[in-house]
Design a protein around this ligand. Structure first.
Ligand code: PEP
Length: 249
């Protein structure tokens, strides 16, 4: 059985006291049963948030990692550091990193491998921009992102990753993919995983949806056969809203 996951990507929001307050708000609520709940605060808050969630079952994620092991990479944060601060997950290849920081599939591939080497679970993002969907090229785009980003992993390593399908046109826009659009792409992703790694691995891969997912639409999205949860941006910054999303299965 694949794991249901709801992960909150706080992006570049929350100072340390704000992160602590948000984490406390989440731990004080009743998050969904049988759902892995993950929070991804900014790097500066990882340590403090870890102390709040410790022992609650909620897991910690970084939002990014370096593609290098260590050394003269000013401003970068290594997977070893992320692991050492108490995180178990790292978001890799978010569309904001792809578009604003020029991360390509080769960099993402390097990051995924280094994360796995350090015992982190990569949440690997993929998804098309609006023009690619309008040109009916969205399946090719996602296929290519996965082929080049993660499909050279061994079956053992691939089994350790989580995929997040995030149509770029839905991220932070308030426009959500319809449940049918999400299901169609998630089923496609599962089918190409099956082609590459076989049915058992594809059945067990968690594929999250991201893009303006909130309490009011999560239930319908998560009820789709191949949608195993969500990567949540804006709606993860309000504890009650995020808790409600974790209860939407
Ligand atoms: C995201 O950035 O991963 C995301 C899904 O953002 P939002 O929920 O705000 O669209």
């Amino acid at each position: 059985m694949r794991q249901k996951i709801v992960a909150g990507n706080w992006k570049m929001n929350t100072t340390i006291p704000e992160s602590i307050a948000l984490a406390k708000g989440i731990t004080e609520g009743k998050t969904g049963e049988g759902v892995k709940v993950v929070v991804a605060p900014p790097f500066t808050s990882l340590s403090d948030v870890n102390k709040i969630i410790n022992g609650t079952g909620i897991e910690l994620s970084a939002q990014n990692c370096s593609s290098e092991i260590s050394g003269a990479y000013t401003g970068e944060v290594s997977c070893q550091m992320i692991k050492a601060v108490g995180a178990g997950y790292v978001i890799i290849g978010h569309s904001e990193r792809r578009s604003m920081y020029h991360e390509n599939d080769a960099i993402i591939n390097k990051k995924v491998k280094i994360a796995l080497t350090n015992g982190l679970t990569p949440i690997v993002c993929c998804g098309e921009v609006l023009s690619e969907r309008e040109a009916n090229n969205h399946f090719n785009v996602v296929d290519s992102q996965l082929q080049n980003g993660v499909f050279d992993l061994s079956p053992v390593d691939f089994s350790k990753i989580v995929i997040a399908y995030e149509p770029v046109w839905a991220i932070g826009t308030g426009v959500t993919a319809s449940p049918a659009q999400a299901q169609e792409m998630h089923a496609f992703i599962r089918s190409i995983i099956e082609k590459k790694y076989g049915k058992q691995i594809s059945d067990n891969t968690s594929i999250l949806y991201g893009g303006s997912c909130k309490a009011s639409n999560a239930k319908e999205l998560f009820s789709q056969n191949d949608v195993d949860g969500g990567l949540i941006g804006g709606a993860s910054l309000v504890a009650g809203e995020f808790i409600s999303i974790t209860n939407s299965f």
